[in-house]
Design a protein around this ligand. Structure first.
Ligand code: CA
Length: 503
């Protein structure tokens, strides 16, 4: 399928920043010269972050960043785990279109012919492309897409990578904290056991901060930004942080920042659930941590404290990257996107890990700094979707994006974050029951293709933690019909009032 190119978006980007200038913000950047720095972190529950209002978790660098950026408080991913979510927000297409619905779907084999990813669009626009750490779920799921990069820095030469250099492998950090090598046979019981053992760990990593991969990736990013400042080529730099993905381990100095005794019990305990469709998860089968058995209350507090420590360590590293950007002199020419690839349950509903249909899995952090934006330092309560990221960057930076994208540029929110925006977000779950969700400000509603799972609906105003499934409550019959109709009508029925109609 040949792609056609959408015209007219470059001009809209210019209009927005002319507007920003008119309302008295700092001087508007030249949109045709903006660079992009993407900081992507793993498995981040937005509500756990200090910069999203969590009173216990300390994120001073992200707090400062929010003062110059727009924090999106209702940003939802389009799938409940890494591979389909990343595939969606890196193509601007929804999982039903990408055909990547689970972590098992190999992206390069599932994408419809002609589908472009963000790096490929940026390559066509003349950007220099650099990647440090994970961007797509697996590099061997995305070999063609990764080949457009000018520079790739990884810890290990990725399994299955058949492409040419420029893979740059980080030099060893000197020592590994816990000598526990993986059994060689990845199909063996020993290997499965090793993975569970490793994933279930939390607490002290046994490494100093400067021995940690996440820190070293941040330092490498800062050095690269300095290099970029010597030239004038536009760049896209993606830099990853593996945390707060399990194992929830961090340097002791970060673990020591949190006293498990001060951590409150998780909200929405299993005994608060009414007519709830996911009870089997509450009985165990957590995929990422506490995989063998549910934690004791003390273990739960310790794990949440360790999660906060991982977030504080990420924050520390983000500070290294952002200071590097400032020192490079490129901050006023660079859009900075900080995001998590999806969320994570921290014991709410008796759940740990991702892969659920509930907000903890699909509400993820999204904080974006656009030089010269009038809304800098504000928060946006409007509903945005991660699938909107590519069209937004296309508009803000003036590069062409395919016409068939299924997101909507939220660039107008950088002028006025309070304007009426999308009325719902949509996402899928493709790992167990093939579920679909629509979520408005008032309700979440979900249906399942497989198995015996009935539809579910939650009244988010009365029950923000989604504990009481009211789908069969006669008092909600009209609301249920409205939500079911919206789910079946799909994302085009929830566009912002001012967005152009799409065919
Ligand atoms: Ca992830």
């Amino acid at each position: 399928m040949a792609m056609s190119w959408a015209g007219g978006r470059i001009l809209r980007g210019a209009v927005i920043f002319a507007l920003a200038l008119a309302v008295g913000s700092s001087p508007a950047a030249d949109t045709s010269k903006l660079n992009i720095l993407l900081i992507d972190i793993e498995d981040c529950n937005a509500g756990a972050l200090g910069c999203y209002g969590n009173p216990l978790c300390k994120t001073p660098n992200l707090d400062d960043f929010c003062q110059t950026a727009v924090r999106f408080d209702r940003a939802h991913v389009q799938a409940v785990c890494c591979n389909p979510s990343r595939t969606s927000f890196l193509t601007g297409l929804r999982p039903k279109t990408t055909r990547v619905r689970s972590n098992r779907d190999v992206m390069s084999e599932h994408l419809p012919e002609g589908t472009l990813t963000l790096p490929e669009m940026l390559k066509a626009a003349g950007f220099y492309l650099a990647d440090i750490g994970k961007l797509f779920h697996k590099i061997d799921y995305a070999e063609r897409q990764m080949r457009v990069f000018d520079r790739i820095e990884m810890y290990d030469r990725p399994t299955g990578w058949k492409g040419p250099e420029p893979i740059i492998v980080f030099p060893p950090s000197g020592r590994k904290a816990v000598p526990d090598p993986a059994p060689p046979d990845h199909d063996s019981k020993d290997y499965a056991e090793w993975r569970r053992r490793r994933s279930d760990r939390y607490g002290d990593s046994g490494l100093k901060p400067d021995e940690e991969r996440d820190y070293r990736m941040a330092v490498s990013a800062a050095a690269l930004l300095k290099e970029f400042s010597k030239g004038d080529r536009r760049f896209f730099l993606a830099v990853a942080q593996s945390r707060p993905h399990t194992p929830l381990i961090a340097p002791k100095s970060f673990i020591d920042m949190y006293d498990p005794a001060q951590i409150p019990a998780p909200p929405a305990p299993p005994d608060s659930l009414v007519n709830f469709p996911y009870m089997q998860r509450a009985r165990g089968k957590n995929p990422d941590i506490f995989t063998m058995q549910q934690p004791t209350p003390q273990q739960a507090r310790e794990a949440i404290a360790a999660y906060y420590a991982c977030l504080s360590f990420v924050d520390h590293n983000v500070g290294v990257i952002l200071r590097g950007l400032e020192e490079s002199g490129l901050a006023d020419k660079t859009i900075v996107v900080f995001l998590g690839d999806h969320g994570f349950h921290l014991g709410d509903h008796g759940f740990w890990s991702k892969y659920s249909m509930l907000a903890a899995t699909h509400r993820a952090p999204l904080i974006v700094r656009v030089p010269g934006a009038a809304a800098a330092g504000k928060t946006c309560d409007g509903i945005v979707e991660f699938v909107d990221l590519v069209p937004t960057l296309g508009e803000l930076c003036g590069f062409q994006v395919p016409a068939n994208l299924e997101g909507t540029s939220f660039a107008p929110l950088f002028s006025d974050p309070n304007r009426p925006w999308k009325t719902a977000s949509f996402l899928v779950e493709g790992d167990s029951e093939n579920g679909e969700i629509v979520r408005t400000r008032k309700y979440s509603y979900m249906e399942f293709e497989k198995g015996e799972m009935p539809a579910a609906m939650f009244d988010l105003e009365k029950d923000p933690w989604e504990t009481r499934n009211i789908v069969d409550d006669p008092g909600y019959a009209a609301a249920r019909k409205g939500m079911a109709d919206l789910l079946h009508a799909g994302w085009k029925a929830a566009l912002p009032p001012s967005a152009p109609a799409r065919e």
